[in-house]
Ligand binder design. Structure first.
Ligand code: ADE
Ligand code: ZN
Length: 326
């Protein structure tokens, strides 16, 4: 179809992508074998059947289990390179990927192993695939503030490789305010800051992300639309939202793709972008996400151009590099 070809050909940046969420079942099986790790699935088909979630926590339980096959530096390299090759096929020119160090250090995998495998692939991807990148370290919000500070301490020798910090995992019950002090420290260190907010959590959490964490972007932000003052504020401040349509559908943030709020966000003048979140778990990479909302909401070329342009202007690229892309 013509619109599909237009989407495929659009140069785009991906700003909301958990690298551990790009672990395809095939690679999970290969790594389980390579590392002699047991996984509770007999086949790739069984894995796909298990990816049926009724909320965020349902998914997170399987996501943390899935990353258990990642042990060696080469595993993190292979994971990241597989994602970059897939992103290249979707005409992604720039990526800002999340990683969850606490999901690995908790299991006895060294921080160094994780970051060196990921950054080695990112550097090779820039050289061989022409995809520029930023790396964002996420704190798991179901863990304590003290754990987040300890993770930041572990990251200190690698700050040259880390561009920003984020906040992910179980949202409800773990408001941004819990991490106000660690985020202040990160900003002092010159890191960019983002946070998942308003995915399952109330609009108040989006206010807190803006006011207490002083975020540079909001990840998801769906529930901000329940609050008129927030809508005006996000639009007026040019705040970028990294929206993930197929994730929202799979995690029952929306009941139907036709109810997806991204067109409403654009209509309000909010700088929304389209992203895959955890493509292997949610059944689609970035172009699949673009196609799903384009078809369901009947987006036109102007909408698509705006979404693609927003992905660059909302990125952490330098201004001159943004200009090259838009
Ligand atoms: N970790 C990975 N994907 C996530 C999501 N969509 N929300 C919160 N934490 C996550
Ligand atoms: Zn996410």
């Amino acid at each position: 179809e013509e619109r599909d070809a237009f989407i495929a050909g659009l140069p785009k940046a991906e700003l909301h992508l958990h690298i551990e969420g790009s672990l395809e079942p095939e690679l999970m099986f290969a790594l389980a074998q390579r590392n002699k790790v047991d996984i509770p699935f007999a086949s790739v088909e069984e894995v796909r059947v298990a990816y049926d979630f009724s909320n965020l926590q349902d998914f997170l339980d399987i996501y943390y289990q899935g990353m258990g096959v990642l042990i060696e530096e080469q595993d993190f390299y292979d994971l990241t390179m597989a994602y970059l090759q897939r992103a290249k096929a979707d005409n992604v020119r720039h990526v800002e990927i999340f990683f969850d160090p606490q999901g690995h250090t908790e299991r006895g995998v060294a921080f160094e192993t994780v970051i060196s495998g990921i950054t080695r692939a990112l550097a090779d991807g820039e050289r061989d695939l022409g995809i520029s990148y930023r790396l964002i370290m996420c704190f798991l919000r179901h863990l304590s503030e003290e754990d987040a500070f300890a993770t930041l301490e572990e990251a200190m020798p690698y700050l040259g490789k880390i561009d920003g910090v984020g906040l992910d995992s179980s949202e409800v019950g773990h408001p941004p305010s819990k991490f106000e002090r660690v985020f202040a420290k990160c900003r002092e260190l010159g890191l960019k800051v983002v946070a998942h907010a308003g995915e399952e959590g109330p609009p108040e959490y989006v206010h807190e992300a803006l006011d207490l964490l002083k975020v540079d972007r909001i990840d998801h932000g769906n529930r901000a639309l329940e609050d008129d003052t927030l809508i005006t504020r996000l639009a007026d401040e040019g705040m970028c939202l990294t929206v993930c349509p197929l994730s929202n559908l799979k995690l029952c943030v929306i009941d139907d793709i036709h109810d997806h709020p991204i067109k409403t966000m654009l209509d309000h003048g909010i700088k929304a972008t389209v992203n895959a979140d955890d493509p292997s778990y949610f059944g689609g990479y970035v172009n699949d996400n673009f196609r799903a909302v384009t078809e369901a909401l009947n987006l036109d070329r102007d909408h698509l151009l705006t979404l693609a342009r927003n992905s660059f202007t909302g990125s952490f690229l330098d201004e001159v590099d943004k200009e090259r892309h838009v």
